[in-house]
Each structure stands twice: as C-alpha cells, then as structure tokens.
Design a protein around this ligand. Structure first.
Ligand code: BG6
Length: 512
C-alpha cells in the first residue's frame, strides 16, 4: 500500500504545493457574479490559508453595482465562508486576506472605468509593492470579452513594470468563426503567451494524474495503443438540469458546453503522445497535435456517429421534474441538446480504428464523470474457452468525480476446486491514500496563471481545431432536420438512440 503521511493540518502542509504566488494584483471583471462568489474568491482565500500568497497580494473587483471596499469585503466574506466546501474558514487568515480586497464600480463598455482602474493599480503597486504584476480575469458576459481587452489596452495597462496576463472563461466563441474573431480581438492587446483560456476540467485531480499515471509508470504505456485497447468511454454525467442558466444554455447546448472543451481536452490528455518536457508549450503542442488527428465528421457521417437528446418532464421518486423547455429562460420551442454522445476516431498510428465514445448530459440519474479504458478480449482458449461464460476483458477506470481515483479490473481465480474466474478490482481513492483533500480546480488553475504555467490552459490552435470537430456534428444535426431531437425523461440515462449508437458497434455504455 502506498504510504504518504503529511503531518499536522493537511491544508497547511508545505509539501502540498511547492509553488508560491509572486506579488500581484488580480483584477476581476464581473466581481458581483456567481463565478467570483462560488469559485474565484474561495480559491484565492484557500491559497491565502495555505500561505501561498505574498503579503502584498491584492484583488480589485469590478462590476456595475456601486459598493464600498468594506461592503465588498463583507459580501466576499459571506461567499467564501459559504462556498469553501471542505476547507476551514479561519478568521485570522480572512482578516489579513481582506485587507488586500478592493472594489470599483465600473462599466466594461465605458473607457472611464479603465482610466480609474489604471489609477487604482498605480496606487496598489506603490502601497502593496506588487511589482506591477497584474492578472486580469474576465468573468463577464462573453460578449464583453473583446471590449474589456480593448479597454485595458486603450488605458495603457496591458503593459507595465511587471507581467500582465489575461484569463478568459469559456465559451470561447460559439463556432469556429466566432472563436477566431475573439482570439483576434484579444491579440490586438495581449500576446497569445499571456492569454489563459480556462478549462476547469484540466485542473481536476484525476485529469492531472493522467499524465503522471501514463508517463510515470512503466507498465501502461506499452499497452496504450490499438493493439491492446478495444475502446475508450469518456462520460460526464450531471444530475442537475440547467439551474437558472437557461438563457445561456439554450444558445449553447451540451455539445458546445461540455464536449467542445472539457471532454475533448480530457480525451486529448488520455490519447496524446508524451511531451519532451514539462514546458507548457511542449505539453500543449502534444494535446493540439492529438486534436488535429481526430477525424472530422462529414455531414453524412454524423447520423451514425453522433446523437443529441433533450430532457423532458418526468417524475423522480415522489418529485416531478421540469422538462428543459419548461425551465425558466428557455424557449418552449427550443431544439437545444441537453445530452450528446459521439463516437470518434483518432487517425494516427497509435489509435487508428479504436473508437472513443464521449457522452454528457444534464438531468441524468447521478453526477459521475469518468474515463474507462477497455482492453481487448483475451483469446478464446483456456479460461476463455467456454462461449457461455466469456471472460471480462480488463478495464481501467479513472474516476474524475466524485471520489477521485482509479481502478483496474482483473480476472481472478475463485478459491475452490473448479477453474472458475471472477472479476476483482485493484483500486485506489485519492482521499483514502493521500489523506489530504485535493485542491479545487480553480485554486490550482489560479496558482498556475499567477506562476506563469500555461500547460493546463487552452491555446488558440486547440480551441479552433475543437470547434472544427464540433461544427461538423452541428451541421450534420441540422441536415437531419429540426424535427429530429430525441427526448429522454429527466432522471434517465439519455435517449435510446445513444444506446443504439454504441450497440451498433457491439458494445454498451458502462453503468455508472
Ligand atoms: C461548465 C458547464 O463548464 O461545467 C456547466 O458550463 C457544467 O454546464 C459544468 O455544469 C460542470 O462542471 P463540474 O466541475 O461540476 O463537472
């Protein structure tokens, strides 16, 4: 068994990260929004609690609501205490952290906002000795990203004494063309090397562990190819519906919302070649190369390889659940997919002919995300000679959430006198083995940006190639006609068409 014994308070264990954040100011546009309250401030507070932040660290929150610094601090205190999840809230740490929180009311579309920000940044640089390092975080409506970048540029604060970096939240456009337009607008002001496009799945513990697992062990990599692997399934299931995000979601749909970014990035990490070094661009080159090797479906290939679905009203236990078209903010005639499944192939020497099945959906029976790598069947001899009791092929599952961990299923002989075998699991869970909670994805990703490590962020070329793949499917769905959109009852595992998709290859979805 693996021994790992951190001492004392696991959150303040110095081994947990060796990286520390240099002096800097984080400017959050959209400081009154959900992301700031639920994710960004709790993540920054955790870094403070872990003693990763420098004493001069500062945050400037910007949104339209007028508010004093003190009011902002009070609001953030409530949010942090509420959304910290498993980490402790410590009054003393908070008090120190809160002295670096500032607020400015301002409109992203108003040039005056950036002039005032410039003055504020100069004052903070002087009083808190931040060395002029600034991270601009765009947590606004995506339609405001370009205006915000231009405003920063026009006010002359995209450059300064220290580094200047820009963080953008998805969606990065809604198709290939709009993604290009957005990147061009950001590049008017920032170099690609300073643009950090967040994909929070790349910050999740299990996703990070994929590379350590593949390239830090000797036994898997020789098997990691079409000779030994039958297929791969990647699932991101959510039990919730669209939860108040109806108007955003009906423009996006599950293919754009989850597959174009999160699941394709996970797949690229599972399937990429080893990078020569840990250099961020070396890693991102390999992910991008893999994405470029995916076969882009032609419209007439889509019907056989991609399925959409939309959840309809149903009863789950005693409760009745709304269908997607009845959700607030959703057009009652909406044809948006809340479920998507697709099969695709990587056209390279390692993976040719191995299907990768991806599926994601809202209002499914549970929240569960995993990667399952199914190895090939053993020959039909010896233990596998009887066609009535075929041996289960080996299966490796990497569980992204909940209960991050991995498990390898093997066949073992059942004790006794008969030559009978039974599947058994070799497994481990992070929580049990390491004893320390995994850092939340945003905490790790913010730390990455502040220390200048872009390896877990989406580069422009990767975003565009993912859009090419997704756009092929969207066009195919369009030609199948507006009448075509299978419905599944909320609380079920998606439309029967998705089962048929995988069954037509002689396989089935894993039961999670
Ligand atoms: C977001 C999507 O990127 O990821 C949401 O926009 C989705 O629709 C969320 O619910 C899922 O993230 P997680 O970390 O809960 O799996």
């Amino acid at each position: 068994m693996l021994e790992f014994m951190p001492s004392g308070n696991p959150f303040q264990d110095p081994l947990r990260f060796e990286r520390r954040v240099p002096e800097c100011t984080v400017v959050i546009f959209g400081a009154n929004g959900d992301l700031t309250k639920r994710k960004l401030l709790p993540a920054l507070y955790r870094l403070a609690y872990e003693q990763r932040l420098s004493p001069g660290f500062a945050v400037v929150g910007i949104s339209r609501t007028p508010m004093t610094d003190d009011r902002f601090r009070e609001n953030m205190r409530e949010s942090v205490a509420r959304f910290l999840e498993d980490a402790p809230f410590d009054e003393e740490v908070w008090t120190g952290f809160a002295t670096g929180l500032f607020y400015m009311a301002g409109d992203v579309n108003d040039p005056v906002c950036y002039q005032r920000l410039a003055t504020r940044l100069r004052a903070i640089e002087e009083t808190r000795r931040t060395g002029g390092n600034v991270l601009f975080y765009l947590s606004t409506q995506p339609s405001q990203y370009a205006a915000a970048a231009r405003g920063i540029g026009a006010a002359g604060i995209a450059n300064g004494n220290g580094w200047r970096r820009l963080v953008v939240e998805k969606p990065f456009g809604h198709d290939l063309e709009s993604a290009r337009v957005l990147s061009d607008a950001l590049h008017e002001v920032f170099n690609e090397r300073d643009v950090y496009r967040i994909d929070h799945y790349l910050g999740k513990e299990t996703v990070q562990n994929i590379l350590a697992f593949r390239f830090g062990n000797g036994i898997f990599e020789p098997l990691w190819n079409r000779r030994y692997i039958n297929h791969v399934q990647i699932t991101a299931a959510e039990s919730i519906g669209v939860e108040g995000r109806g108007s955003y979601y009906q423009e996006a749909g599950s293919l754009r919302d989850m597959i174009q970014n999160h699941l394709l990035q996970v797949m690229a990490t599972i399937a990429m070649e080893p990078s020569a070094t840990f250099d961020p661009d070396a890693v991102r080159d390999e992910r991008a190369k893999l994405l470029r090797s995916i076969h882009v479906m032609k419209p007439d290939e889509v019907a056989a390889n991609a399925v959409a679905g939309q959840y309809g009203a149903s009863r789950v236990g005693a409760a009745s659940v709304l269908g997607f078209r009845e959700e607030p903010g959703v057009d009652p005639q909406s044809r948006t997919d809340t479920y998507a499944a697709a099969t695709f192939f990587v056209e390279n020497w390692r993976w040719a002919g191995v299907p990768f099945y991806l599926r994601t959906g809202k209002a499914l029976p549970k929240r569960a995300s995993e990667i399952a790598v199914q190895f090939k069947e053993i020959p039909r001899i010896l233990f596998n000679a009887d066609p009535v009791t075929p041996q289960m092929p080996n299966l490796l599952t990497l569980r992204i959430q909940p209960e991050e961990g991995l498990s390898l299923s093997l066949m073992s002989r059942v004790p006794g006198t008969r030559a009978e075998t039974h599947p058994v699991d070799m497994s481990f869970k992070y929580g049990e083995v390491f004893g320390t909670p995994s850092p939340e994805a945003y905490e790790r990703l913010l730390l990455d940006v502040m220390t200048g490590d872009a390896s877990r962020f989406m580069r422009r070329d990767a975003v565009e190639v993912s859009w090419a793949w997704v756009t092929g499917i969207l066009e195919g769905w369009k030609t199948q006609g507006v009448r075509w959109l299978p419905e599944y009852p909320a609380g079920s595992w998606g439309p029967v068409e998705a089962d048929r998709l995988i069954q037509s290859d002689g396989r089935t979805w894993r039961i999670l």
